[in-house]
Design a protein around this ligand. Structure first.
Ligand code: HEC
Ligand code: HEC
Length: 343
């Protein structure tokens, strides 16, 4: 009897130890790999390297951090790293990511920053690099400036996006009528690490680059009609009504495939066909004075014959005002279903 009693007590103790272990899951490296490489819209890799080899942030591959240390580092970062909320990446997902990174070989020497401070950088660009912004945004903030144009951003908005990203960015998306992202990629920076004065300097740099009007073009695939093949170009400015900035002196061009000729064109401002030496092709051109926030316009081009995979109709949207770096958008027709060649 006495022996049996001892055994049961031992079994109970083992069981409770096992429970304690399963409350702290070890993480699933396969799920973690998928999160790290594919599904995660959260771009840890821009700062920690594709293989966790380190870049702007420290190497994470092969490290033996505990789950608690790892989660703490992401929720309440020690230094400059932006904080990620549970809604962006859950504790269990972080544990999976940690488990995956643990399977990767550690490095002797961490990788270099993806974007270094450019030689001769202004104080603002220097700050945007050393706080980590350009690791994701590119030194020219290529994408961000269209959203800033859509809301004609001021410093208060910019500040809220940087310090309270998970709350402020979905609100902005709702304002411009975009469906919400499932997850946000950018975390929230701490005002104690990136103080207002530093943010002001980054802001000045971006304002000097200039906001872009949030103008987009959508080109349809060619659809056969009685006189040929019709391509439709829809252009819209998704800026907030009465607030978003306009594109002025806009030039729309559609490249005409070899062997095709223009049968007819619709839409205000049609100028006819020109030679585009740079693109080495003929282009149908429209000139439009202004595409303001919430303007939608449709243009059609009927060609004698359709283009083919490598030589299909392509579009280019450019504007002279506001004059900003890379003021054009390239527009391609949708890929044919199944990814095969269009004929
Ligand atoms: C803007 C760049 C940046 C991004 C994005 C970023 N990190 Fe970091 N991370 C850092 C830096 C820099 C540190 C060093 C501590 C600090 O400055 O906060 C760090 C530290 C860490 C640490 C602690 C490492 C240690 O040695 O203790 C972990 C864990 C970590 N990051 C995980 C992540 C994960 C997971 C993500 C994505 C959800 C992520 N980081 C996104 C820059 C970044
Ligand atoms: C981990 C990559 C990453 C880092 C680091 C980062 N951002 Fe972002 N940022 C994004 C992404 C991606 C978006 C779009 C919303 C989202 O997915 O979170 C965004 C959105 C923004 C926006 C809104 C306009 C837009 O692009 O749609 C601003 C403004 C912005 N970031 C400024 C900054 C500043 C300033 C810093 C540095 C203090 C910074 N970001 C650091 C990835 C990053």
């Amino acid at each position: 009897m006495a022996t049996r009693y001892v055994l049961s007590a031992f079994t109970l103790l083992t069981l409770s130890l096992m429970q304690a272990t399963s409350a702290q899951p070890a993480g699933d490296p396969a799920k973690g790999e998928a999160l790290w490489l594919e599904t995660l819209h959260v771009e840890c890799r821009d700062c920690h390297g594709d293989e966790g080899e380190g870049a702007f942030g420290p190497d994470l591959a092969g490290r033996a951090l505990t789950r608690a240390q790892f989660i703490h580092a992401v929720r309440k970062p020690w230094g400059i790293m932006p904080a990620y909320a549970e809604s962006q990446i859950s504790d269990d997902e972080l544990t999976d990511v940690m488990a995956y990174l643990g399977t990767l070989p550690g490095v002797d020497e961490p990788g270099p920053w993806r974007r270094q401070v450019p030689v001769g950088a202004s104080p603002g660009l220097t700050a945007a690099t050393t706080t980590g912004c350009t690791q994701c945004h590119h030194p020219l903030f290529n994408n961000g400036r269209a959203m800033m144009g859509a809301v004609n951003a001021d410093f208060a908005w910019f500040r809220s996006i940087v310090y309270a990203h998970t709350a402020a960015y979905p609100a902005t998306r709702a304002r411009v009528g975009d469906p919400p992202f499932e997850r946000l990629a950018m975390g929230s920076f701490s005002p104690s690490r990136v103080p207002d004065s530093v943010l002001q300097s980054i802001w000045t740099y971006i304002v000097d680059l200039g906001f872009r009007p949030r103008v987009r073009g959508r080109l349809s695939a060619g659809s056969p009609s009685s006189d040929g093949v019709v391509y439709t170009l829809d252009v819209d400015n998704s800026g907030v009504e009465g607030i978003g900035i306009a594109a002025e002196d806009v030039t729309l061009s559609l490249a005409i495939p070899n062997g095709a000729s223009v049968v007819s064109a619709t839409g205000a401002g049609y100028q006819g066909v020109r030679r585009d030496e740079e693109a080495n092709t003929n282009v149908a051109v429209w000139e439009v004075e202004r595409i303001g926030a919430q303007d939608h316009q449709t243009y059609t081009l009927t060609l004698s014959q359709a283009g083919s995979g490598g030589d299909d109709v392509r579009g280019r949207l450019a504007w002279a005002n506001p004059s900003v770096t890379t003021p054009f958008v390239n527009i391609a027709p949708p890929a044919p279903p199944g990814g095969g060649e269009a004929h």
